[in-house]
Every structure is written in C-alpha cells, then in structure tokens.
Design a protein around this ligand. Structure first.
Ligand SMILES: *Cc1c(COP(=O)(O)O)cnc(C)c1O
Length: 400
C-alpha cells in the first residue's frame, strides 16, 4: 500500500478511520457551506494576498527561527532551534487560525462569530480577529473558568467581545463547547463558529491545519537558509493538535523524525493526565472520531495538566492517523518535567515559554541528548509564558 499521509483527509473528511462529521442533522448544512466557502477561498488570490499582508503586519510574521545556542551548549547534543510562535501578536500561534477564520467569516457574509474557550487563550485570539474584521463576537466560557481566568475575560471585553458564562454541567470547557454548538445551530445564518484547534467535524481539522501550516512553511525555508539542509527532528506539544500539525505538515513528504508531546500530568498511571494515546481508545467526541480518554461505558474522563491548553480529553484526528502510519511518534511529559523546562529556558535563553510549549522543550532536551552534535532539531515554541507566571509562582508557593 502506498503511504498517502499527505493526501488526507478524503472528501468525506476522513483521515483513515479517524475524523468525519458526527453532528446533528441540523448542523450539516452549516458544515457543508463552510467547506465550500473554504475550498473556494483557497483559490481566491485577493483573499490570500490580504491574509498574507495581515500575517505580516498584524501578527508579525514571519516569526524567527532562533538558534538556542546557550541551551544547545548546556545540553551538549543536537543543535536546538526554536520556532518563535511566542512572538506572534497576542502571544501564541492561535491567532494564525483565529484571524484567518474571522476573515473567512466576513467573506462568507457572516456578521457574527462565536467561540468557546477554556483558559481564555482562544477566546482572546478570536475576539482579536473579530475586532479587526469588524464582526460581533460572543465567547462561551464555563463559569468555573470565568472565575479562574478573570484577566482574559476582561481582555476579551476590552476587545469588544461578549463573554457568555455557562453554568451547566462541570462549568468548564466541555460544557462551553456544547453551548457554542447549540448557538451555532440556531444562528447559523449570520454566525460562524471559530474552532480553536485541529479538531471537531470536517472541515475544521483540515482547515485549521492549513491555516497553521504557515509555521512549518516558514520553518522549512528558514532552516534551509541557515543550515543548507533539513532538520533531523521536529518536536511540538499536542493539545487539540494545531501548532504541532502546523509545524509537521509541510515536512510530511520528507524523511524526518517527528515527535508530538502530550500532557503526562502526574503520570499516566495516576489517571491524572491528558495523554490520549497512552491512556485513551477510539471514540467519538464533539463531532469527530479519534483517540479519547473514556471509561468502559464510553463516558468521557476528566483530565489533568499543569497547562490548560493541553488539558483536553481528545486529540485531532490527523494525529491518530499519522501515529498509525508510524510517521509521527507521540510521547508525554509530566507536569514537573515541564515546569523544570519552563525555568531552564527562562534562565539559559531569556525566553519564558508557555507551560504548553514547556512540554515540547522538555522532550526536546531528552531528544537532543540522544542525538549527536551533528544533528539539528526544531522545537515549536507555541506561545509565551507571561500568562503562566502567576500559576508557576503559586505552584512554587510564592505569593505575589
Ligand atoms: C492552546 C495552546 C496549545 C495547544 O493547542 P494545539 O491546538 O495543540 O496547538 C499549545 N500551546 C499554546 C501556547 C497554546 O495556547
């Protein structure tokens, strides 16, 4: 069988047996409309030019590919490069996707976007895109998260968005997504739902991947310029899977080792983690078939990670597929390892990474040690750590 891992999904949105479109009948027309609009847009030169211009002048792309010389020397193995998504406007890669979807919504004639958010990062990115595109923006957020993330709530309000508190169920991300989907079903005529990661029903996993692939396209060009060759290894953290697939996708035809890093939390054996590949099984969740943390009766299990962005019960379908194809390897890094990497990168390079990205750094250090000093690795620094310093202080018992 010819390995066609760069030719997915198929026209029905499947990555092998994963992906698809598991939604109520009432949402099907919206997904089909979105798919058609997106496929047209991919060929729309005016739109693509506009997007490129905003990537440059609004987001600040291309983000640098930085040779972390101090870290490389300290570790004493492979040359470590960091793809600096932490330097994007709003502080992480999420804006690449949120901005593109806001422009797409505008182009489709929608006047309103909605989104769900857990820690608030995707909500802020969506509110930013909506402000720029001149769209109304409502963000669903669990009441528990609203309480914990008051700063991001205020940020969204400053950007002109309305934050809708969800008081159902566990009052967190899962419930916010359900409410956002309910809203979309009712208001689909004027509303676009901005999905925050490479997950959900087709065409979202494909579309978000393509919007985030700018990361890998730039990294490929930049490493060829700096080193005159491709890297030996790519490493990225995997929440829903968008920053990782964005880095990996433009390299899939090459023979390069790729490692996706999930949140190991307190350890896979403890049950308190978000390592879907180590501890999960095949299931359908929020519109999509993929690996899922669930009990024997199919109830979705609670997850834990020190980083909110990796703390999700399922993972993007393309990752499940790439794992089956032995194209990408998936590992997990525990909370305490990520915290160590957070401090190490801060001290050696003067870069405070997001706790999500710290998982990739921790894995990068392990991998760099194993590879010789003739090797090159690229780690995706998906976001900056400003949002996490209070949490880290709290964990260390320091009152600010
Ligand atoms: C949200 C987030 C992630 C996880 O999301 P993916 O879709 O897996 O990329 C990783 N890093 C940062 C900084 C984030 O904000």
């Amino acid at each position: 069988m010819k390995k066609q891992f760069f030719n997915v999904p198929d026209s029905s949105g499947h990555f092998g047996q994963y992906g698809g479109r598991f939604v109520p009948e009432t949402l099907m027309p919206a997904l089909i409309e979105l798919e058609e609009a997106y496929l047209n847009l991919k060929k729309d030169k005016t739109f693509l030019r506009k997007l490129k211009e905003l990537q440059k002048d609004f987001i600040g792309r291309a983000t640098p590919l930085y040779f972390a010389e101090n870290l490389t020397q300290k570790i004493g193995g492979a040359k470590i490069y960091l793809k600096r998504e932490d330097l994007c406007h709003t502080g992480a890669h999420k804006i690449n996707n949120a901005l593109a979807q806001a422009l797409l919504a505008k182009k489709m004639g929608k006047t309103r976007v909605i989104a769900e958010t857990g820690a608030g990062q995707h909500g802020v990115a969506t509110a930013t895109g909506a402000a720029l595109a001149g769209l109304e923006c409502d963000v669903y957020m669990g009441a528990e998260d609203v309480r914990r993330q008051s700063l991001n709530v205020f940020r969204m309000k400053l950007l002109g968005a309305k934050v809708i508190e969800v008081t159902l169920g566990s009052k967190t991300l899962k419930d916010a997504i359900n409410e956002a989907l309910r809203d979309w079903t009712t208001n689909v005529r004027n509303t676009h739902y901005v999905m925050g990661t490479a997950f959900g029903p087709h065409p979202y996993p494909m579309m978000v991947r393509n919007f985030q692939s700018v990361i890998g396209q730039e990294a490929r060009r930049q490493i060829l310029q700096k080193e005159k060759r491709l890297p030996d290894c790519l490493i990225a953290c995997v929440g829903g899977g968008s920053n990782s697939i964005g880095l990996f996708h433009p390299f899939l035809k090459d023979n390069i080792k790729m490692i996706g890093v999930e949140a190991g939390g307190l350890g896979v054996k403890s049950g308190k983690h978000a390592a879907r590949f180590a501890g999960g099984s095949l299931g359908v969740f929020q519109g999509c078939k993929s690996y899922l943390l669930q009990d024997d009766d199919g109830n979705v299990l609670g997850t834990h990670s020190v980083s909110a962005g990796l703390d999700y019960a399922s993972v993007g379908p393309e990752h499940a597929y790439l794992r089956d194809m032995h194209k990408v390897e998936y590992t997990s890094v525990k909370d305490n390892e990520a915290l160590k990497a957070f401090e190490l990168l801060s001290r050696t390079e003067g870069i405070i990474p997001a706790l999500e990205s710290s998982h990739a750094i921790a894995q990068g250090i392990k991998t760099a040690k194993k590879l010789g000093n003739k090797s090159i690795i690229i780690i995706n620094l998906s976001g900056r750590g400003d949002k996490d310093v209070q949490e880290v202080a709290k964990i260390k018992g320091i009152s600010l």
